[in-house]
Design a protein around this ligand. Structure first.
Ligand code: ADP
Ligand code: MG
Length: 468
């Protein structure tokens, strides 16, 4: 009995055709004797639109908010109608969709009356995307001959109460998975649940930050799955974002550690936290393309084979700011760093990269509206400047430290770009630097051209490049 968790991203459930492909992929696994547990995201772009509706309502734009909701209702109804031909099943599904949108509209009207959007309500509004998509996908699976059973993710993924970035409670999730999912898979049925959404122990809706990938990994960990499959719209983890760099190559195999660095530093293909539950139980993660299911994708494993090329992939994290804290020379005393980081801690602002000199400390953070407040607090310690529209380029590969002259090659490849900060991670597998956001895409293409001329065929899908 081999259980696989299959997570399908927004593009894999974006319309009836995509959901049809998804069903065929799951049916294919069942035919191979696997027991899938399916986790789906909201249909592409839905979460953003839900949050926009909530924001509009909370500033008094009731009409605008309800109009967004109405458009989403139509899109989901149309998708359901296209997928479920059986009249009774279709009517039942449309009723579920209508009920959900009716209650969403109630919340939006409430927001427009109170004019305040709390993180708790934001999570509740965002949850509708997965709550509805998972219903539609489950119904479509049944229609297409799979014995699917919808499961409300909020009964399985239990978190603390930090809305918008709730922390999963592993032990509780394991218990719930045994009660809510295991009996279904044991009976040969296919559970279908939404990603991203969760609930605290009291049953109040929370979310795990943006990724559904995390749900997939949590479920895979809880059920000790044989593999976790992340189905998306590209052939796997590529040597760079294919939207930026069209000749990016598929990475056939990569280590957990390298994948985690890439995800953390902005490779949108995988949510950083995905890796953790999988690593803990040593469950391989596969990244696969729902539009090209025959492709073998990328396999993420604890030990990746040695790679002859220095780098596996280039990631970029945009929308960053640099904060320079410049103190008089005498101020760089014992305890000074602690004071600086206490400020970031107070504002719950994670720091990406740090670089210091005798008199200054430069820190990079996600651009947030907290920056002025952070700068104000820091200015009690020293002079502070901050600058937005920065991007962090991160080059990941095993044993970068062990290779002479790598830094020279990297900076030669982008000699025309102004580099603001540099760090060669203590992790030995990443080298990153900060540049202007506007230079980022071009820098990635230059670096890719320099380092992926002659890629190791054991690691990269070089065949793809030969096909015109
Ligand atoms: P999903 O909706 O399936 O979760 P995402 O949009 O979150 O999909 O992630 C897939 C996208 O990630 C791809 O379309 C691609 O543009 C982007 N991406 C960024 N970096 C990489 C990379 N190194 N390899 C593959 N895809 C990448
Ligand atoms: Mg994603």
């Amino acid at each position: 009995m081999s259980l696989v968790v299959m997570k399908f991203g927004g593009t894999s459930v974006e319309d009836p055709a995509a959901i049809g492909r998804t069903a065929a992929i799951v049916a294919g696994r069942v035919a191979l004797g696997k027991q899938p547990v399916v986790v789906v995201s909201a249909m592409a772009k839905v979460t953003d639109q839900l949050l926009r509706a909530a924001e509009a309502a909370s500033v008094g734009d009731r009409t605008g908010a309800l109009a967004i909701s109405e458009r989403l209702r139509c899109r989901h109804r149309d998708t359901a109608a296209a997928l479920v031909k059986n009249t009774a099943n279709r009517a039942a599904l449309v009723e579920v969709i209508d009920e959900k949108f009716d209650s969403l509209d109630e919340i939006l009207r409430g927001l427009a009356a109170i004019l305040e959007l709390t993180p708790r309500i934001s999570d509740l509004v965002a949850s509708y995307g997965e709550r509805i998509s998972s219903r539609i996908v489950a119904a479509a699976f049944c229609e297409l001959g799979l014995d699917a059973a919808h499961v409300d993710a909020r009964e399985v993924i239990i978190t603390d109460s930090q809305f918008q970035k709730a922390v999963p409670q592993d032990a509780l999730i394991e218990q719930r998975a045994e009660v809510k999912l295991r009996p279904l898979t044991d009976a040969g049925r296919v559970p279908v649940m939404g990603g991203f959404i969760a609930a605290n122990e009291a049953g109040v809706t929370t979310t795990l930050g943006r990724g559904s990938d995390f749900t997939g990994a949590l479920v895979g960990g809880a059920l000790s799955a044989e593999a976790i499959e992340i189905w998306t719209d590209v052939d796997g983890i590529m040597s760079a974002d294919p939207r930026v760099c069209p000749d990016a190559l598929r990475v056939k195999v990569i280590s957990f550690e390298e994948a985690a660095e890439l995800a953390y530093f902005g490779a949108k293909v995988l949510h950083p936290a995905t890796i953790l539950p999988a690593v803990k139980k040593n469950i391989p993660v596969l990244v696969l393309n729902s539009r090209n299911a025959a492709c073998e994708g990328t396999r993420i494993t604890s030990l990746a084979p040695r790679c002859k090329s220095p780098f596996k992939s280039i990631a970029v994290k945009k929308k960053l700011s640099i904060i320079d804290v410049v103190a008089g020379r005498m101020l760089m005393t014992h305890g000074y760093m602690k004071e600086i980081f206490t400020v970031f801690d107070k504002h719950k602002c994670p720091v990406d990269m740090v670089s210091t000199s005798e008199v200054s400390v430069s820190v990079t953070v996600d651009s947030t509206d907290k920056l002025p407040a952070i700068a104000a607090d820091l200015s009690r310690l020293a002079d502070v400047k901050y600058e937005g529209r920065k991007a962090l380029v991160c080059m990941v590969g095993d044993d970068i430290r062990g290779q002479n002259g790598i830094a020279a090659q990297v900076f030669t490849a982008i000699r025309h770009v102004n580099v603001r900060m540099i760090s060669q991670g203590a992790s030995e597998i990443n080298m990153s630097f900060m540049i202007d956001e506007d230079d980022a895409d071009e820098a990635v293409r230059s670096l890719h051209a320099a380092f992926f001329q002659d890629p190791d065929p054991a690691i990269f899908d070089v065949e793809a490049r030969r096909i015109p």
